[in-house]
Each structure stands twice: as C-alpha cells, then as structure tokens.
Design a protein around this ligand. Structure first.
Ligand SMILES: NC(=O)c1ccc[n+]([C@@H]2O[C@H](COP(=O)([O-])OP(=O)(O)OC[C@H]3O[C@@H](n4cnc5c(N)ncnc54)[C@H](O)[C@@H]3O)[C@@H](O)[C@H]2O)c1
Ligand SMILES: [Zn+2]
Length: 353
C-alpha cells in the first residue's frame, strides 16, 4: 500500500498549496455538499488552486450517499473536461469523502484525490483508512473500494460552523481511539470539555486520535484482524442505531457509539476484569454529554437479534471488541446472550434509566 501523507494544521490554504505545487494535473475538482460549499469553500477562496478549481456539489446527508449523487459527480467531472490526468479534492464530512473518494477511484479507472475532512467524524475516521463507497438498495456502504487519498489535511479550522451534535458525534470515535491506545490518552480526552470549542487544543487531541487509527489501519489495511479493534463500542452501537431507526427516532452514529462504549466497558469488566472505577468515569462522561439511550427489558431480545445480524457476526454469534484495560485490546470476543443481558441491566443502572 502506498504511503498516505497526513498533515495536521489550521492553515489549510498553505497546506493545499504545499501539496499541489508538486503535483501534475490538468484540472482540479473540489467536491462539496451544499453545507460545505456554503460554509467552508469560501474560507479557502483566497487559495489560487481553489480559485481555479471546478466545484462539484452534491446534496448533504447520508441518504444522498447514493448512486444518483455518484452519477451526478461523474457527469459533472466529465462535462467540465475531467480526464485521467485530473485531480479531486474532497471537502466535506464522511459523505463527501466516501462518495468523492469512490467517484475519483472509478472515474477513468481512477484519478488521485485529496481529503480535507470538515467534520470531526470524518477527520478521525472516514477520511483516513481508504474505505470509499456508497449506500445501495438500502444497504450501508454496499458498493465501494479500498483506495486511499494521497494526502489528507486534518484541521479544526472549520469546526465553528459544525452543529454541536456533529462535534459530539465525532468525539465519541475519539474516545474509542483513546481507550484503544491507553490510560493517559483516554484521560486527556475525558478532561477536555467538548463544548469549550478551543480549536487548537482539539487539534492536538485529534492528531493523537488520528495517529491511533492510522497505526491500526497500517497493520491491517483490509480488516483481517487487528483493524477489528476499531469496532469497540460498535456492536451495541450499531444495534442501538438500527433499533432507533425501526422506532422512527434515528440517532447520530457517534451517540450510538458513545452508548456502545458504556456497554463494552461493562462487558469488559464482566469478561476481562476491566477496572470498575473506569466504567463509572466513562458512564458519567457519556451521560453528561450524550444523555442516555432509553430501553427496557422488553427490548433486550430485539437488541440481541440485531447484534446477531451484525456484519461482524458470521454464524449468528455476538462478537465484540473488549479491553482488559485501556490499551489492552481483545478482538473477537464472543458474548453469550445472558452476558449481554447482564450488561444491559448494568448499563441501565449506570445511566439511571
Ligand atoms: N470510510 C470510512 O471509514 C467511514 C468511517 C466512518 C463513517 N463513514 C461514513 O461517513 C458518513 C458520516 O460522516 P459525517 O458524520 O462527517 O457526516 P456528513 O458528511 O453527513 O456531515 C454531517 C453534516 O455536517 C455538514 N457539515 C460538514 N462539515 C461542515 C462544516 N464545517 N460546517 C457546517 N456543516 C458541515 C454536512 O453537510 C452534513 O449535513 C457516513 O456516510 C458514514 O457511513 C465512513
Ligand atoms: Zn463508527
């Protein structure tokens, strides 16, 4: 796999210039969604590369990460004279980096692309690691390829216009990375006030977080083993997300992950002797910043059923990533239904529901 260049800076315009001045291309396309076109693109208007680039726009939101938007991107690039010597910048959240990355990977059999994530979630997760794609026939990320952006510019310069729920959602993935890394990385995250909005401090936390993900992906780019560590919080998280969807009250992915982290901390305590004091700290932080996902014992079986159909589960078993302690990762832990029910009980106690 080629080496991916990741830059951390709040001077994004200079970073774009330093990357592009050494690259050869005949035309530059900047893919945005309507929100990043309105709020972010103007902040880069002074950059001469951006000023000359062709803007290709899609509608915002995961429901537009679909074949229609993809076809429209291919069409807009083609009509504006794109060739196999063209270059793409994806300027947006995970929807833009996933779809734009896939569009670039397939246009004329693939043209290079750069990611400039504009949400915390895309900075910490979607924009690095090479997963690109679209949703298809109601299935998330059904069609896509592994292909990395040549360069990724990570900044918190665009966070000011991002709704606070989106900031918190991305921060949950950072908490996950902190738990995978170790106690001191995790402590720094718990000590940061998400609502304080200090972009420079956030950038240092983000850098550490991105390096943790990049490190895991480097060891296992195609998810045969240790990359599954990144599923921490996601088995219960995905079940909460699907269940909320079925109840017509969708929840943000990162919120589901935050609640899923509480479940995995409890399971880690039951199965791997994870420190109970830390469970309380995690649960307090999550409750304070994300509230609680509400369910009763009447919902347990439906939640278990969703977990058995999770993509990580191959034969109907429930599969989780757990921890002996922060940084001590146990992938592929099979959880018995009764153990999961015990974790649900403890979660409800901790979240006062
Ligand atoms: N490829 C991967 O490894 C990976 C990992 C995680 C998630 N994903 C995908 O990422 C997507 C979710 O990403 P997301 O949370 O970034 O969602 P998103 O791209 O939909 O962005 C969230 C919202 O914020 C708006 N926005 C973005 N930047 C803004 C800014 N600076 N100011 C104001 N508004 C802004 C967007 O228009 C959108 O409405 C999903 O499609 C998910 O499947 C991919
Ligand atoms: Zn996630």
């Amino acid at each position: 796999m080629q080496h991916q260049n990741i830059l951390f800076t709040n001077n994004v315009s200079d970073a774009i210039t330093s990357i592009l001045k050494d690259k050869k291309f005949n035309r530059l396309f900047v893919i945005t969604d309507s929100n990043t076109r309105q709020h972010v693109l103007p902040l880069l208007a002074d950059n001469s590369f951006i000023a000359e680039a062709v803007n290709v726009n899609i509608e915002p939101g995961d429901i537009h990460k679909n074949l229609d938007s993809l076809a429209s991107v291919w069409q807009q690039i083609g009509e504006a004279g794109g060739t196999r010597h063209s270059m793409v910048i994806n300027l947006g959240g995970g929807v833009v980096t996933d779809l734009g990355g896939f569009a670039a990977s397939t246009f004329k059999r693939g043209i290079p692309f750069i990611n400039i994530p504009t949400t915390l979630l895309s900075a910490v997760d979607a924009a690095i690691g090479g997963k690109t794609g679209i949703n298809f026939r109601g299935l998330k990320n059904e069609i896509g390829v592994f292909n990395e952006a040549s360069d990724v510019i990570i900044s918190t310069a665009f966070i000011a216009t991002l709704p606070i729920e989106e900031v918190k959602s991305g921060y949950a993935e950072m908490l996950k990375h902190g738990l995978l890394k170790g106690q001191s990385a995790f402590d720094k995250l718990l000590n940061y006030d998400i609502t304080s909005g200090d972009p420079d401090h956030l950038l240092t936390l983000l850098q550490e977080s991105v390096e943790i993900k990049a490190d895991v992906v480097r060891q296992d780019p195609h998810e045969h083993g240790i990359r599954r560590a990144l599923n921490l919080g996601h088995t219960a998280g995905h079940a909460f997300e699907s269940y909320a969807m079925q109840r017509n009250a969708p929840i943000a992915h990162g919120y589901a992950v935050a609640w899923g982290l509480v479940i995995d901390a409890v399971l880690s305590h039951i199965v791997c002797h994870f420190d109970s004091k830390l469970i309380y700290r995690i649960a307090d932080y999550v409750l304070k910043n994300y509230g609680a996902f509400h369910f009763t014992c009447d919902d347990y079986d439906a939640l278990l059923e969703l977990m058995r159909h999770d993509k990580k589960s191959q034969h109907g078993e429930i599969n989780c990533t757990l921890l002996g302690a922060p940084g001590d990762i146990r992938i592929d832990c099979e959880i018995a239904p009764d153990t999961m029910k015990e974790a649900f009980d403890l979660y409800r106690d901790l979240m006062h529901i």
